[in-house]
Design a binder for this molecule. Structure first.
Ligand SMILES: Cc1cc2nc3c(=O)[nH]c(=O)nc-3n(C[C@H](O)[C@H](O)[C@H](O)COP(=O)(O)OP(=O)(O)OC[C@H]3O[C@@H](n4cnc5c(N)ncnc54)[C@H](O)[C@@H]3O)c2cc1C
Ligand SMILES: *[C@@H]1O[C@H](CO)[C@@H](O)[C@H](O)[C@H]1NC(C)=O
Ligand SMILES: *[C@@H]1O[C@H](CO)[C@@H](O)[C@H](O)[C@H]1NC(C)=O
Ligand SMILES: *[C@@H]1O[C@H](CO)[C@@H](O)[C@H](O)[C@H]1NC(C)=O
Ligand SMILES: *[C@@H]1O[C@H](CO)[C@@H](O)[C@H](O)[C@H]1NC(C)=O
Ligand SMILES: *[C@@H]1O[C@H](CO)[C@@H](O)[C@H](O)[C@H]1NC(C)=O
Ligand SMILES: *[C@@H]1O[C@H](CO)[C@@H](O)[C@H](O)[C@H]1NC(C)=O
Ligand SMILES: *[C@@H]1O[C@H](CO)[C@@H](O)[C@H](O)[C@H]1NC(C)=O
Ligand SMILES: *[C@@H]1O[C@H](CO)[C@@H](O)[C@H](O)[C@H]1NC(C)=O
Ligand SMILES: *[C@@H]1O[C@H](CO)[C@@H](O)[C@H](O)[C@H]1NC(C)=O
Ligand SMILES: *[C@@H]1O[C@H](CO)[C@@H](O)[C@H](O)[C@H]1NC(C)=O
Ligand SMILES: *[C@@H]1O[C@H](CO)[C@@H](O)[C@H](O)[C@H]1NC(C)=O
Length: 605
């Protein structure tokens, strides 16, 4: 059937049988209409033998290696915390709770003795695609059969958006070509741009390396193992975003394979609605992006970094108060610092987490803070002056109550600062659940100081008080995103244009050995009652960065999409009318319920 006819057929079918819609679910292997082995084999033939039956890598850790994992258990266990390994394993994602902890190695978060290794919470089959035809054929096949499709690049998603039970997974990993073009004509204009043309499965380490070889750079993620796909499609911040705008603001063209198998090139001239939608509103929502064309930028002449650490000197109320006041002063300075070209992070930790992160002699009440600043094309003298000024601002009147260390700034080349280290990120294999908010000058600087202190204390609360929690201010918005011309902005949450900091807050104690559905629901409930209300009071009209946000917040439409939601819903229904691809807090996701326990994805209306 012609794709459009097919689309109409589905729309019509759904409309005609609407009373039964409540029972409509994506197929699972227990359905009669689940494809037979012969049908799967037919699909495999039509995609040049690139279909993989899912083999959980940790299968070798279970008696008899039930799925014949080619990796031995010690190998898997040793590498479970490395983001780079999950990226290279076809079925694996960084945070196994979102795959219902279906096959986790002993000792890892989510492992329990009682649970056998299964593939039930993982995709059933994976397309190890290298051509657009294979992607298109497999997606259209799944669309016709009513099988859920998921898209995995690296599997880094913090909210489990690159995995799903009973799905067929399109693994973009091998779309890894990269080409630099000096003067690519921007469609719809007479301008040319210096660009990289990059396959959708690349990571920032490889794109950054190619850019370096041609003496250019790109706006991308800070970690080499992070993929282009998920980062760009949800906005994406990095070392240069506060200068040049978000990663999605750099996109000049994409090639998308839609769920019904069409290959669409989208840019300023054609398929503009799709082009707008994919620049910010969502990975895994409109189709598979097989290629990005990204604007490059000049390499900064130097990178100067310096830092400041402070924490309560004693276990006393004076020390505790001094640390909160000092954190508030630091946070209030973020907009002005960023307006001078500075980027970096402010990390505040409490409880035992502060002891381990900053090496304190004992847990002290209050905030332990690490301020890390970066500037480009600048000097150590200038950074030194900035740090000393910041120090005197934050310690005014509090000095005897704080332990404070200033690390003298150093300068290095941009490449030595950004050179990929694929084994640096060991954040995988844990349990990920957080909440975040974009904060602008009114929320950081203009508030009465005591109100700011109040919010900082409320948002730093931890479910386990002794353990404490972390609050991370990323200086990643500011003038860069604010100055991006309208036409390059795409659908990314408009709050990015007035924000300075992207602030991530943690603190839920998720029961890693519990039933994932219950454990996530409990964690989500805690954020919803304890932290989300703080954000909503602090910055009511702002929102959050979906890639590093709480996928279960009740105000997700407002928080992740803002005023763009209705237009995005129209676009989603146009390009994925049958909901082949679903992600939590995705556009139109309220029409579906994904139950981790049954593994079923069902219509709810
Ligand atoms: C170690 C680490 C460091 C990070 N650093 C940063 C950072 O510096 N800046 C930042 O902004 N974020 C950062 N993040 C968050 C990051 O943006 C998200 O984890 C994001 O989901 C990663 O995208 P991915 O493609 O690598 O991951 P995946 O989990 O593979 O994909 C994420 C989502 O995008 C979809 N997707 C991926 N590729 C495609 C494609 N080609 N076409 C269509 N859909 C696709 C998937 O379906 C999924 O919904 C970091 C995360 C980690 C784990
Ligand atoms: C797909 O075909 C290839 C090549 O014949 C084969 O190696 C592979 O096992 C097949 N995949 C499945 C799921 O049967
Ligand atoms: C497991 O595999 C690694 C290499 O991947 C190898 O070095 C090691 O010896 C193997 N261990 C066992 C117990 O087989
Ligand atoms: C996926 O395909 C690539 C390219 O053809 C190949 O090198 C790789 O071995 C395949 N991976 C798996 C797990 O089959
Ligand atoms: C491109 O240049 C031509 C000739 O100068 C001009 O007529 C045309 O309007 C320009 N197009 C755009 C989109 O700027
Ligand atoms: C650094 O300086 C170069 C050369 O003047 C300039 O092109 C570039 O935009 C500057 N980079 C930043 C991040 O300010
Ligand atoms: C700190 O203040 C609390 C009340 O806010 C009080 O109960 C406690 O005794 C004080 N501790 C010290 C060390 O002063
Ligand atoms: C600490 O701050 C609280 C509230 O800001 C205040 O009530 C209290 O008096 C302060 N305690 C000390 C010892 O400064
Ligand atoms: C603060 O520094 C002093 C002096 O070095 C040290 O004795 C004290 O233990 C430090 N406080 C904490 C909480 O580590
Ligand atoms: C850093 O700045 C401080 C305060 O202005 C000054 O005393 C110090 O000498 C400077 N250090 C360097 C290395 O420039
Ligand atoms: C975590 O879940 C397991 C399994 O349901 C349960 O036995 C355990 O008591 C839970 N732990 C906590 C701290 O709630
Ligand atoms: C998910 O995990 C729970 C508890 O471990 C288990 O009872 C359930 O059958 C699993 N469901 C799927 C689809 O894997």
């Amino acid at each position: 059937m012609h794709p459009i006819a097919l689309q109409l057929f589905y729309l019509f079918t759904f409309a005609a049988i609407s009373p039964v819609l409540a029972a409509y679910c994506k197929l699972s292997p227990s359905d009669k209409s689940w494809p037979s082995p012969e049908e799967w084999s037919g699909l495999n033939k039509s995609i040049e033998g690139t279909l993989l039956r899912t083999i959980p890598v940790a299968s070798s850790c279970y008696p008899g290696n039930p799925f014949d994992s080619p990796y031995n258990c010690s190998d898997v266990t040793k590498h479970w915390s490395y983001a780079a390994y999950h990226s290279a394993w076809p079925e694996s994602t960084d945070y196994s709770i979102y795959s219902n902890n279906s096959c986790v190695p002993p000792g890892a978060d989510g492992y329990s003795k009682e649970k056998r290794c299964s593939i039930d919470g993982l995709p059933q089959y994976i397309v190890n695609a290298t051509t657009e035809n294979q992607v298109s054929t497999a997606m259209a096949w799944a669309y016709r059969k009513g099988i859920r499709t998921v898209i995995k690049s690296t599997g880094h998603d913090l909210g489990g958006r690159s995995t799903g039970a009973y799905a067929i997974s399109i693994w973009t990993h091998n779309f890894n070509q990269i080409q630099h073009l000096l003067a690519w004509r921007v469609p719809g204009s007479n301008e040319t741009a210096d660009v990289v043309v990059a396959g959708g499965g690349n990571n920032w380490g490889s794109v950054g390396t190619v850019a370096h070889q041609v003496k250019r750079t790109v706006v991308g993620g800070e970690d080499a193992t992070v993929g282009l796909g998920g980062l760009i499609l949800n906005g994406g911040h990095g070392l240069l975003s506060s200068h040049y705008g978000l990663a999605s603001d750099q996109v000049l063209q994409v090639t998308v394979i839609t769920t019904d198998g069409r290959r669409l090139v989208a840019n300023d001239e054609e398929n503009q609605d799709l082009f707008w939608a994919v620049r910010g509103a969502g990975g895994g929502q409109f189709g598979v992006v097989t290629e990005f064309i990204l604007k490059t930028h000049p390499v900064p002449a130097s990178v100067v970094t310096g830092s400041l650490t402070f924490y309560p000197r004693h276990k006393s109320n004076e020390s505790e108060n001094a640390s909160w006041a000092a954190l508030a002063e630091t946070v209030a300075q973020i907009p002005d610092l960023m307006d001078t070209g500075i980027t970096g992070t402010v990390t505040s930790v409490t409880g035992e987490q502060a002891v381990s992160l900053l090496g304190l002699s004992e847990a002290v009440p209050g905030a332990a803070v690490f301020v890390s600043l970066t500037s480009y094309n600048s000097t150590t003298e200038s950074m030194n002056a900035t740090l000393h000024e910041l120090e005197s601002q934050i310690t005014e009147g509090h000095h005897p109550h704080l332990n404070l260390t200033l690390t003298p700034p150093t300068s290095q080349s941009y490449w030595s600062f950004t050179k990929p280290n694929y084994l640096a990120s060991q954040s995988a294999g844990s349990t990920s659940l957080l909440t975040s908010r974009l904060l602008g000058r009114p929320e950081l600087f203009s508030l009465k100081r005591e109100n700011l202190i109040d919010y900082l204390q409320q948002i730093s609360v931890a479910q386990d008080t002794e353990k404490g929690s972390m609050l991370l201010f990323g200086m990643q918005a500011g003038l860069g995103p604010a100055n991006v011309p309208e036409k390059r902005r795409g659908s990314v949450l408009p709050a990015w244009r007035t924000a300075y900091a992207h602030v991530m807050a943690y603190g839920a104690s998720v029961n890693a050995t519990g039933d994932p559905r219950q454990a996530l629901a409990a964690g989500a409930q805690w954020y919803e009652t304890v932290k989300e209300p703080v954000w909503r009071n602090w910055a009511p009209s702002s929102g959050a960065y979906m890639n590093e946000g709480n996928p279960f917040t009740s105000t997700w439409k407002h928080d992740f999409y803002g005023e763009n939601y209705d237009r995005l819903l129209e676009t989603k229904l146009k390009y994925d009318p049958t909901g082949s691809i679903f992600v939590w807090s995705g556009i139109g996701s309220d029409m579906w319920n994904y139950d981790l326990h049954s593994g079923l994805l069902c219509r709810v209306d």
